[in-house]
Structure formats: C-alpha cells, structure tokens
Design a protein. Structure first.
Lengths: 360, 262, 279
C-alpha cells in the first residue's frame, strides 16, 4: 500500500530482555480513525511512541507519507500527539500553549496567535485563552491539548489514552466531540485505548494488540462477531468460550448441547474454541426449540442491573452466561433447572493452532 | 501530658542553643569595650569602622564573593547538563557516576584540599585563584545536582516530549520548557552552592596566601591569635549575608523544609 | 533515548581532571617512599600508637556528637513538624535552623569560644546558679569540642528527620490509634519506623562531617587535643610530606567510607527486614 499515510513495516522493540513489540506491521490511510486497543503492557503505547519518535525501534521501518522517518527525531516528524495527561506547559497561558507549535515552525507571533485562537474556537475554549492550565478543569485541559496538537495541521494525530483521566459522563461526551472533530478536520487519528467501548464507538478500524503482537485488525463489528483468536474473543465484550472438537464431516461437538454444530471442511479431530456471545444464549422453558442447539442446566447466579439481566447457567462442567433485556431473571433462583439454547449461526469457531496432546 | 511538656522544654532549649552563639557574636560586635563583652557594654559602630578601614578585610570579602559567584556559575553550567543526562539516559555505570559526582558531599574536605594543593603544585597553579576555584566547583556541584535532579520527573519529561512533538528543536525545548520548569531547583541549588563556597575553610585554607585569602580563612587565621570585637563585626557581616541568602531563598523558592507534603 | 549522553562530557571531564586525578595522585604518592614504591607510609601511620590514639579520639568525639545530635535533634524535629500548629512559627523556626547552616564554621565556633571561656556566659551562668563552685574548663577538652560540633551539625539531623516526618501520612497514625494503639505505641510502631531512613541518613551525614571536621576542633581544642584531620593539615601545610600526608588522608578516607558503608548496610538491612515483615 504505497498510498498509505502511515506505513509500519515489521518493527521490533526490546526493553532489555523484555520484548515489547514483535514484528508489528500496520498501515493507516489518510483521514482514517484507527484505535490501538489492548490491555496494559500489550505494546500499544510503545508502538505509539515509536511512531511519534520518542522511542526508536530495534528493527523495521516507519514511513509517513512515503518518507522514511524511522530515525528522525520527534521534532522533525510531520505529526502531533495528544498526551495521556495532556502535558500542557504550566508556565504558559492557554493561548501560548496552543501557539507554541506554529511558533516553532517559524510562524510570526501575530499569525501564530491568530491560528491558536481559531483552534481554541474550534474546541469551544476561545474564552479561556488568557488563563493558565491549572485553572482549567480536566475536560477543558483535554480540549486545549487537542487544539495544541491539531493547530499545526498535521496529517496524522496520535492520541495516547486521551480520555482516561476524565470521569465517565465527560468521557462519553468527549468521544462524540472527538469523532466529530476528526471528521471535520480530516486528519488521520491513531488512538490508543484500553477501553473497547471507546474503540468501538469511535474508530473506523481497531487494532487489537496483546504481548507485543497485533492479534487482529478490523472494524468493530468484524472483531466482535469474528474474533481471530481466543484472546480477542475474550478481550472484546463478554464471551462464552467453549471447547469444540471436529467429528469429521458431521460437524463440531461443543462442550454444551446434544446436537453437533454443522461445520464443513474441518479436519478430523481439529480442536476449536467456540465463541458464543451472552446475548445469543436464550433461556427456554422447554427442552427443544426449532433451529436451536439446546441443553439443560441449573441456574448458578442471576445479576439484574435494571436494563438487562445476566443469568449464569451451569451446563455440565461449563458455565454459560445469558444476557437478556429487561427483568428476565424473575422467578429464576439459583439451583433451579433451566433450558438453554442458541443458534448455530451465532457460534464463531476459532481453530486451535496446535493440538494440546496427540490423540490416541 | 508530661511527655508533651518535656518535648516542649527540650525543643525550646535546643532552639536557644542554636541561636545563642550567633546572638552573642552580633551582640558583642556593638560593645564599647576593647574586649568581647556580652551583653554588650555601651553601643558603638566603631568596630565596623575599623573593619572597613582595613583594606585586607575588604579584599578578602571581594575574593570570597568572586570565588563563590564564579564557582556557582560554573557548577550550574556543568551540573545542569550532567543532571539532564543522568535523568534522561540509561547507561552502564550510571549509579557509580552519580555517586562519584555526589561524593564531595561526604568526602573529608581536608583530604580534597590537600589533594588539590599537591596536584595544583604539580601543574604550577599552587595557591592561585584557579586552584581555589576548581576545588570550590567540585564541592558545590553536588548541591546543584541534588536540587535539580528531583525536578527532572517523568511529568517534566512529558512536557519536553510535547515540546519536541510540536516541532521545537532540542535547544528551544531546553530554554522554553525545561529551564522555566526547573528554575526553583536551580535557585535553591545555586544558593546552597554559593553559601557552601562562601563559608568554606577546610578546602580553601590549602590554596590561600596572605595576599589572596577568603573571609573565612582570614577569620580562622586571625581568631587563633586574638579575639577582639573587630572579629565579631566581620563575623556579623557574614551572618548578615547568610540571613539575606535565606530570606532570598524563602521568598523566591520558598523553604519547603519540614512543611506538609505539597 | 540516549541523545542527551554527550551532555556528560564536560562535567565528567572536569571531575576527572580536578577530582579523580588529584585523588589518584594522593593515593599514588601515599604508596611511594624515597622515590620507590613502598607501603612504608602506611606502616608509619598504622604501627604508631599515637595515630591510633588520635583516631580513637576523633571517632569518640564524632560518635558522641552524633549521639547527642540524634537525641536532641529528633525531639525538636518532631516538635516542629507535629506539635507546632502555627505556620508562621514553624517557618521562623526553620529559618533559625538554617541560619547556622549558612554561617561559617569559624564564626559559629568563634561564638562558642566566647561563650565557653573561663569568664564566658556559660561559666557565669553555671557559677551564678550555684551548679559550679568555680568556672569549669571547656576549651581544650573533648566536651568543648563536642558542644561546638553538636551545635554545628544539629540542623542536619533536624532537617533530615523533619522532612521524613513531614512525609509520613498522618492518616497512618490515625489508623493506628483507630485500631486501639496508645500514642506511644503508635509512635513506636508506625511513626518511628517510617522516618527511620531519614534519621539514618542524618546520622551518616553528621558522623562523616564530625570525623572530617577540622575548623571546630582546631579552634576549641586550644592546641590540647588533636583530631585526625589536624594531622593531615600539618603534613601538607607545614611539613609538606605528601607521601606520609597521603597515607594519613587515605587512612581517614577509608575509615570514614567503611563506617558510612556499614551504616548504610545496617540501614538497608533494617529496611529489608521491615519490607519482609510488611509482606
């Protein structure tokens, strides 16, 4: 992809003996909103810092707009960053903070201040121009950090968990604002987060990382419905993970359900992890239902959060969570027998890379 | 209750013990008698007049001041880059290097003074201002490191990264972001450095001469032979300088010692 | 990110030229006698009972000074940080504490020369109060030197302990009394252990400074007591025997570093034991 804005080719990074990034490759197109998602320590921030130039990868290349920037210091890279704790200069006014970038690029003071004012206007903070960072609330500081980063008109903006320090309500509002701003500016965003909901609601594409490796790249829907690995299935949303074994052409036998899951083309004895989302597990009052694979179990636990209810059912040796809208838990007490069922089409199979032990 | 009363008595006695000698010196510098008397008998500024009339005192004050100023400036110019490199880089032997740079704080100054006397004699610099100066730079630089290093925090690092990210060259980042952020550390480091140089005897005494001497060394040599109110007057001046330095420190940086965590 | 590494060039070069090399010169000349390599200087230092007596006096004075500083400084630090409520009073006390630190040893010792003299204020007060029949001799005794050194070094302990105390979260003490501990128990089991590192660093600092002090003992000894740094000074300033003086310097240096290292080791071992107990 030569027309990609950002092109990362097989970069590796070690910190001493710790392997932080392993053979990571990624392309980001112009105007795209990409989220780097993963648990802490997965390498997402390391990758971001490599792109920004604060870290230099051990091997591999990073190109921006076709130019190799792998060995370029941060101040010479055509991108800007919104830092996790904003990193606003405490000794400068808000206006001076935002004008800092243009000034460093040789823009005359008057012109730089004008641009800074425009940028502040865009985030709705032009009235705070003369104040100092410590006088602003967290949400306002966040907006200033944003204005300061895009005032330089970079092609690429990196955001390092920019919303993590905000409270829940403000975070939700900022997610929407950020998305609108990104569309308005047309700048490509690479957004680091450990919050899958945030990634899902904002990004065009999500890059799921784990232990320094990219596990899957795709839009939110694909990642949710067709996770490429057990890790992705478990990390994104709630998931019932069941073991499955192919029985020739007949289908796959799951840990739950009397019937086989129809699955063509599987090797005999191939092992799978079956992913079944809780919202796809139905609670039945009779043992059979058309089109469903069913089984019998006992209620283990009922959690009612008002809008929805999660019922955990023990089926044999497995626990199966079922999420229902409304107060579906009524009359279900722990220990009560219950029937569960799910549609074969809702089961996503992930082939295990290698058998745990050789069969007889 | 008794424990509390005891604590109070001990504490105020210790405070009195700390202040008394300075009070005695300042007080007896005003005595009208020709020997040191405390409480002063009569009141006169005569001894200050005599001190001013003796140009050797003024010369010593001049040498001390120049020495302390140049040593402080040099310690800043060497210490700040060293602190930056130590805070920002990982390299083998870093802990050893830091211990080496800080060791003049615990090393007997007499030993260091003797070493510099011998070394500078070999270089042909014996008992010169240069010999004095290099020694003072060595002993005051730890104060700069000690007060600047704690300010080079990860948060401070993030500000520098933000600056670079916005397109500032390393020197611009240093002057526009780093320096304004560490200025309180610089100020307190500089004041501690200045005062440590200003009051030093153990190191200076090896490389001073009758003509080129610092105020503490001159006092030291004088006190061993005679004690008269002129000495008290000279000492009072140095106490005044110390008080001035503390007030400046308190007003500019704030003496945050013993205060609650900020 | 080692782009800042070249910044070390000038300071390190300076320290090598004017600190490391001079110290090496002292070490190497201490190992020379009559132009040939020899351990003779060290033999001269270590086989002479006189040097051991001086060392013993030096370390005795330093030990007493350190003990007195800790015993007097700890209560004062506690009082200033935990009892004094008025910010203005605490600030004044801190300034009065730092003022002696910013004043030359000479000036401060000189104050004691006046106070401790035969007709000084201290003797006047003691005789006047009927504690003594006739004036006592302070100058030229180890007691006089200890009084002067304690005075000079006390602020170091107060500041070290005080800053450690100020950093102890009062909530921990509240938690302790909430759990039923008496104030003394709280102090013994919570407050004291938490500011022990501060006390230890203060003690190490005071001890090293007391061992290497030259000015105060010189002024308050009246020529009657010799401490180790005086021996070094004599060799370099009057005798100018750099070989023998070097051996004396190294002896003092090694003794000091060994004791500092020992104190640090004990402190670390204590902290480790505490850390293990906490786990």
């Amino acid at each position: 992809m030569s027309d990609a804005l950002l092109s990362i080719r097989s970069i590796d990074k070690h910190f001493g003996a710790y392997h932080a990034l392993r053979d990571v490759s990624l392309d980001v197109a112009h105007g795209e909103f990409v989220a780097l998602l993963g648990p802490s320590g997965c390498g997402k921030t390391t990758l971001l810092r490599c792109i920004a130039g604060f870290l230099s990868p051990d091997s591999g290349t990073i190109r921006i707009g076709g130019e190799d920037v792998t060995r370029l210091p941060p101040h010479r890279r055509p991108l800007n960053t919104v830092f996790q704790h904003y990193a606003l200069f405490p000794h400068m006014s808000i206006l001076d903070n935002v004008a800092y970038g243009p000034r460093r690029h040789g823009v005359a003071r008057g012109e730089a201040l004008e641009r800074a004012r425009e940028a502040l206007e865009l985030v709705g903070l032009d009235s705070a121009a003369g104040r100092f960072p410590r006088e602003l609330s967290g949400g306002q500081q966040q907006r200033v950090a944003l204005a300061r980063a895009f005032v330089n008109r970079p092609k690429l903006l990196l955001l390092d968990e920019p919303l993590s320090a905000l409270d829940l309500k403000l975070r939700k509002r900022m997610q929407i604002e950020l998305k609108h701003l990104q569309e308005k500016l047309g700048i490509a965003f690479v957004f680091v987060t450990h919050d899958q909901e945030e990634a899902m609601s904002m990004a065009n594409r999500i890059v799921v990382m784990n232990r320094g490796v990219i596990e899957q790249v795709g839009d939110g829907r694909t990642i949710y419905t067709s996770p490429a690995s057990r890790f992705v299935a478990d990390f994104i949303g709630e998931a019932n993970l069941l073991p499955g074994t192919a029985e020739g052409d007949a289908g796959v036998r799951l840990g739950v359900g009397a019937a086989l899951l129809p699955h063509l083309g599987a090797d005999a004895r191939q092992r799978y992890t079956a992913v079944l989302r809780p919202e796809h597990v139905e609670l039945l009052d009779q043992p059979e239902a058309p089109g469903l694979i069913t089984d019998q179990g006992f209620v283990e636990d009922v959690i009612d959060t008002g809008g929805q209810t999660v019922v955990t059912v023990r089926v044999g040796e497995h626990l199966l969570a079922s999420r229902r809208l409304g107060m579906a838990g009524k009359g279900l007490n722990p220990g009560a027998p219950v029937f569960v069922g799910f549609r074969p089409g809702h089961v996503h199979l992930i082939a295990e890379p290698a058998p745990h032990r050789s069969g007889p | 209750m008794i424990a509390r009363l005891l604590l109070r008595v001990v504490s105020w006695s210790v405070m009195a013990y700390l202040i008394l000698p300075l009070l005695v010196i300042v007080g007896s510098s005003f005595t009208a008698t020709s020997y040191l008397a405390f409480p002063p008998q009569g009141l006169t500024l005569d001894w200050y007049g005599r001190m001013l009339a003796d140009t050797s005192y003024l010369a010593a004050f001049g040498t001390s001041t120049l020495l302390a100023l140049v040593a402080t400036a040099a310690a800043l110019l060497l210490g700040v880059p060293a602190a930056l490199a130590i805070a920002r880089c990982e390299f083998p032997g870093k802990r050893f290097l830091l211990s080496l740079l800080m060791s003049p704080l615990v090393l007997p100054h007499v030993v260091l003074g003797a070493a510099l006397l011998q070394y500078c004699a070999a270089l042909g610099l014996m008992r010169s201002f240069t010999a004095l100066l290099v020694g003072h730079i060595v002993i005051v630089m730890p104060f700069v490191l000690r007060s600047v290093l704690p300010q080079l925090t990860p948060e401070q690092r993030a500000l520098e990264e933000a600056s670079a990210d916005l397109g500032a060259r390393p020197m611009e980042t240093f002057f526009l972001v780093t320096l304004p952020q560490i200025r309180s550390g610089l100020a307190s480091g500089a004041i501690f450095a200045f005062i440590s140089s200003w009051i030093n005897v153990e190191l200076s005494i090896f490389n001073t001469t009758a003509e080129m001497t610092t105020i503490p060394v001159k006092l030291f040599n004088y006190v061993q032979y005679t004690i008269d109110p002129v000495i008290a007057a000279v000492s009072s001046i140095t106490i005044g300088v110390a008080a001035l330095a503390i007030v400046i420190l308190d007003l500019t940086v704030g003496l945050h010692l013993l205060s609650d965590r900020r | 990110m080692n782009r800042a590494l070249p910044l070390l060039a000038a300071p390190v070069a300076f320290f090598v030229a004017f600190f490391a090399v001079p110290m090496i010169v002292v070490v190497s000349s201490s190992l020379m006698a009559g132009g040939v390599p020899s351990l003779g200087n060290y033999a001269r230092v270590l086989l002479d009972q006189y040097h051991w007596d001086v060392l013993a006096a030096t370390f005795r004075i330093a030990g007493l000074t350190t003990a007195a500083c800790a015993l007097l400084g700890y209560p004062l630090a506690y009082y200033l940080v935990r009892v004094v409520k008025s910010r203005a009073l605490r600030r004044t006390c801190v300034i009065l504490l730092v003022l002696p630190l910013f004043t030359s040893n000479i000036v401060r010792s000189f104050g004691w020369m006046v106070l401790l003299g035969r007709n000084g204020l201290v003797n006047d007060a003691l005789v006047g109060a009927g504690i003594l029949d006739r004036p006592m001799r302070f100058l030229g005794t180890e007691l006089g030197i200890v009084i002067g050194l304690v005075y000079i070094l006390l602020p170091f302990i107060v500041l070290a302990v005080g800053n450690a105390l100020a950093a102890v979260d009062p909530a921990l003490e509240d938690a302790s009394s909430d759990l039923g501990a008496t104030p003394f128990d709280t102090f013994r089991t919570v407050t004291f252990p938490l500011c022990l590192p501060g006390l230890m660093s203060g003690i190490v600092m005071v001890f090293t400074l007391a061992v290497s002090a030259y000015v105060t003992p010189a002024l308050l000894s009246g020529g009657k007591i010799t401490v180790f740094p005086m021996l070094i000074f004599q060799q370099y300033s009057t005798v100018f025997d750099v070989n023998y003086g070097g051996a004396l310097s190294m002896t003092l240096l090694v003794m000091t570093l060994v004791l500092v290292g020992l104190a640090g080791w004990i402190g670390n071992a204590g902290a480790d034991a505490k850390g293990r107990a906490a786990r």
